[in-house]
Design a protein around this ligand. Structure first.
Ligand SMILES: NC(=O)N[C@@H](O)C(=O)O
Ligand SMILES: [Mn+2]
Ligand SMILES: [Mn+2]
Length: 447
């Protein structure tokens, strides 16, 4: 019965027979105390390591602020008694060894990089909250059987080199990515390897290939994250148990026309690369809306014109398109239509389609039943309201799912805001998330 399962877990949990279980049960969970003020202080302190003014946060991969933030995280991991190490690309690991050596590890983690002018909580709650979850378990006298590990992944955000989930993708193994990184450069034309070097990561392409995780290295991976949507708040629920992560794709497109004088060149004579980009952006919206499902979303987050002068017809345009859906086939058919459109637009407007490059086209990921069960068990033990839901944002979990049973825990955030300074999650909601994560890790560590 469920009662026996709970009693069995609590027995394993505390290592004491449960004939006097009443106090142990209440003790165990009651002793689950999150130092929420301290945690909030850490979130605030980390948010000051930013290249944009408060309340916004901007923290780009391998920037000076990123290096300071990494040092900050390693310090807090050490304070939590974790064994800290880093890999070649700067994924940072904090381990708490289990009572049984050599068993596959239960891991948790997220990211601390932040896109331009975003908020304090995206990713950060899943790193600082994970370290606090370890502290919660230590304070309650728990002893892990399988080792527990907190991971801070390098560059979940695609800001600097246009590649999302760079650190976790490499752990999942991607020779395509290794080859892409060999020639990758940022907007200032700094190469990936030079940027890494400037941050203290002296690595070679081989180092990247060698990062791939061995099968079975992790027995489970759980990521705590703000929902980045409004549902939990709207429905007054504390916890979201994520069952699947939508499939993201990103495309880079460039058009080239022959530009010219905004006054002197008459409309019939123009090959305007700017209008080509604008027309394609609207086509993205049209195809997404015509997909027949609310789950299909499309965004043109970058649209740049060259030379970028009011009185000069754009001779070049660069746009970046983000298309997502929980249904991979439906998403891919949108991408095909967008590609056809780009070709048609280039022909009708007499501009050259100089680039149509699909940077990534990732499959969706499903959470694993064993991890979902552990998250549901924890949420119920803590008497927290919850729902099962999908993640429309992508996360490092999308790639960890390729190497380990995966699950995610969502907490509500203010009006579902994210990727903007108004992003906010309450101390109470964060604490609930930390407790659910702690109990989930404990259960998975004993299994
Ligand atoms: N979680 C999150 O914000 N991930 C982003 O990088 C995204 O664009 O989904
Ligand atoms: Mn994000
Ligand atoms: Mn994130």
């Amino acid at each position: 019965t469920n009662e026996d399962a709970t009693r069995k877990t609590m027995e394993e949990f505390s290592g004491y027979p449960t004939d006097s279980h009443h106090s142990i049960l209440s003790f165990s969970l009651d002793s689950f105390s999150v130092e929420s003020e301290k945690l909030q202080g850490q979130i605030e302190e980390l948010s000051t390591l930013s290249d944009s003014p408060a309340p916004s946060v901007t923290r780009i991969l391998y920037s000076e602020k990123d290096v300071l933030a990494r040092r900050f995280i390693k310090g807090i991991m050490k304070q939590a008694g974790l064994l800290v190490r880093e890999d070649a690309v700067g994924n940072i690991y904090g381990r708490w060894d289990g009572s049984e050596q050599g068993l596959p590890v239960v891991a948790t983690g997220s990211h601390i990089d932040a896109i331009p002018f975003s908020g304090k909580y995206d990713g950060v709650v899943g790193v600082l909250g994970a370290i606090e979850a370890i502290n919660v378990l230590r304070r309650s006298g728990f002893q892990p059987r399988r080792p527990l590990e907190v991971i801070m992944f390098t560059s979940e955000e695609p800001t600097r080199f246009g590649i999302s989930c760079l650190g976790s993708r490499l752990l999942a193994g991607s020779e395509t990515l290794v080859n892409t990184l060999k020639k990758a450069a940022d907007a200032q034309n700094v190469s990936f390897f030079d940027a890494a070097k400037s941050a203290g990561y002296n690595l070679s392409p081989d180092d990247l290939s060698n990062l791939v995780l061995e099968e079975g290295n992790y027995s489970a991976f759980v990521e705590l994250h703000i929902e980045q949507g409004p549902l939990l708040e709207e429905e007054g629920l504390s916890i979201g148990i994520v069952t699947a992560i939508a499939a993201p794709a990103s495309i880079k497109v460039e058009f080239e026309g022959n530009g010219g004088h905004a006054g002197a060149v008459l409309m019939p004579k123009r090959n305007d690369a700017g209008l080509a980009a604008a027309e394609l952006a609207l086509a993205v919206e049209r195809y997404v809306l015509e997909s027949g499902s609310i789950d299909t979303v499309g965004t043109v987050g970058i649209l740049e014109l060259h030379p970028g002068a009011i009185n000069s017809i754009p001779s070049k345009s660069h746009i970046e398109i983000d298309v997502r859906d929980i249904d991979e086939k439906r998403r891919n058919s949108v991408i095909e239509k967008v590609h056809e459109s780009a070709i048609n637009i280039s022909q009708t407007r007499g501009v050259k389609l100089s680039e149509f490059n699909i940077i990534n086209q990732d499959p969706p990921a499903a959470s694993d039943k064993s991890v979902i069960d552990a998250m549901e068990f924890a949420t119920k033990q803590l008497n927290l309201s919850h729902k099962f839901m999908i993640s429309r944002a992508y996360h490092d979990s999308l790639f960890m799912a390729r190497k380990s049973p995966m699950g995610m825990i969502f907490i509500p955030c203010y009006k579902g805001y994210s990727h903007k300074p108004e992003e906010y999650a309450s101390t109470e909601d964060i604490s609930n998330g930390v407790k659910v994560l702690a109990l989930t890790l404990a259960k998975l560590s004993l299994e």
